[in-house]
Design a binder for this molecule. Structure first.
Ligand code: FAD
Length: 431
């Protein structure tokens, strides 16, 4: 008779891998299925496409001073930069008389004050329980409104109109965001190198109508006592995995209330330093001549590499991706050329764009709560029938959207599964 696993884990991103590690530590037998031909999910460090090191997905240890992965980075010898204060010290305002205009200190401080105030107001409203779109807390007529909008999109993966203020305010942020020199994907890959994963093997069906859960893949069916599913909320809602019986209506409603938002990057590589800015710089860009042109942000010369990486979020990230790789690259290139002069492209050695929204295994970047759906996120952590457990970045109430949130949620799901199997450690996972 074939083995009945204690737990089958669907997905080998941070959540699935930490669930597997926890299952092993608790003495549970387990099997991990991953649709892609690599582990890491939305953490993926690319060292080949441009001959430089850059993260196509997660890069920053968010809330780094309390993030459990910071200590692990220390232990595994993965260096990071202890960035302090605001990222963006350079603010581009457009071109005048054929020359780039960079903000002086006073203008820069005016932008900072405006953004911080907008951020604080959204927080205060959310903390007060105002389950309204963040856009209602913003003033659309200020000088730097476009930057505020862009930063909300990049941080939250959604436009301010689509963001719930209460969910936004629940995110726990110590404002320490430290980039990893060798990449977040590289850290996750190193941390979980010893976890056995069946790659290139998407789970198609999870049948819970019998005594054991039957998990169907293209390689056949395995049986388990419980299952931990870590795919994004958009993948779950898409029906790519068929559940028998269907997921409870309340859970389906929660998947709709906490969708996966959108984020993308365009990375430019150059043969030499053509920026004239210190390494590890960040720049914000708006074109004050063209009010309809959206703002954009760039990482410049990360860890001394001659690169510029443009960050997109929300509907703009998704729309540009759907318009096609060349369109997205041209968009970022237009702003970069305005900032540093189009002559820089003579020194360009390569360019790459990410495409997380159309990736069938992700269908987005990170989750956000829709207005009016503030309490839906909590439903994602409720076990179904004591044998189906969701984990992943969408599940935590305060560390959502992040790698460390996904990591912790995987541990918690495995503890709950162990508890339900009567194998838990006393005091764990009773919540
Ligand atoms: C552009 C971008 C920038 C980001 N920046 C940061 C950052 O700086 N810091 C930060 O903390 N977070 C960041 N994030 C978010 C972070 O990457 C995610 O929150 C986290 O990696 C999600 O981990 P997870 O395990 O929940 O999901 P995933 O990593 O998506 O893992 C789920 C896995 O399930 C697999 N899968 C899907 N369908 C199936 C199936 N049918 N069968 C089997 N397997 C399947 C997927 O291939 C995937 O590997 C960023 C994300 C993106 C896209």
């Amino acid at each position: 008779m074939s083995e009945v696993y204690d737990v089958v884990i669907v997905g080998a991103g941070a959540a699935g891998l930490s669930a597997a590690r926890q299952a092993r530590e608790t003495g549970l037998s387990f099997k991990v299925f991953e649709a892609k031909n690599r582990i890491g999910g939305r953490t993926f460090t690319d060292t080949t496409s441009l001959g430089m090191t850059w993260d196509r997905g997660a890069h920053w240890l968010h809330s780094a001073d309390v993030n459990p992965l910071t200590k692990i980075a220390d232990e595994l010898g993965h260096p990071y930069h202890r960035q302090e204060g605001s990222f963006y010290r350079h603010l581009f305002l457009g071109r005048k008389a054929g020359k780039p205009v960079w903000a002086d200190e006073e203008t820069y401080e005016a932008y900072r004050a405006e953004f911080e105030s907008a951020y604080d107001v959204a927080h205060v409203q959310g903390e007060a329980g105002e389950d309204i779109p963040v856009s209602r807390t913003l003033d659309p007529d200020t000088r730097f409104n476009r930057i505020t909008r862009h930063l909300f999109q990049a941080i939250c993966g959604a436009d301010p109109e689509d963001l719930c203020a209460v969910d936004f305010a629940r995110y726990s942020d110590t404002e320490k965001n430290w980039p990893l020199e060798r990449g977040y994907g590289a850290l996750i890959a190193a941390l979980f190198a010893d976890i056995p994963v069946t790659l290139s093997c998407p789970v198609r069906r999870i049948d819970m109508t019998d005594a054991h859960v039957k998990v169907a893949t293209d390689d056949g069916v395995v049986e388990a006592k419980s299952v931990i599913v870590t795919v994004s909320t958009n993948v779950l809602a898409s029906g790519a995995i068929r559940f028998l019986p269907q997921l409870p209506a309340s859970l389906q409603e929660a998947l709709d209330g906490v969708p996966t938002g959108h984020a993308n990057k365009v990375a430019f590589a150059f043969r030499r330093d053509i920026f004239g800015l210190p390494e590890k710089s960040h720049a914000l860009a708006i074109d004050e001549r063209k009010p309809a042109r959206s703002a954009l942000s760039f990482q410049i010369r990360p860890f001394g590499q001659n690169m510029a990486i443009a960050y997109y979020g929300g509907s703009e990230a998704a729309d540009l991706e759907r318009a096609g790789r060349d369109v997205m690259i041209a968009h970022a290139r237009g702003m970069l050329g305005d900032m540093f002069g189009t002559g820089i492209f003579k020194e360009m050695s390569g360019v790459e764009a990410t495409a997380w929204t159309t990736d069938p295994h992700m269908l987005g970047a990170y989750s956000y709560g829709k207005p009016g759906k503030a309490d839906m996120r909590a439903r994602l952590s409720e076990p179904v029938g004591d044998r189906l457990f969701l984990a992943g970045e969408a599940v935590p109430l305060d560390w959502y959207s992040t790698v460390h949130g996904a990591y912790e949620s995987g541990i918690s799901a495995a503890q709950k599964a162990a508890h339900c199997l009567g194998r838990g450690v006393a005091g764990e996972a009773s919540a």
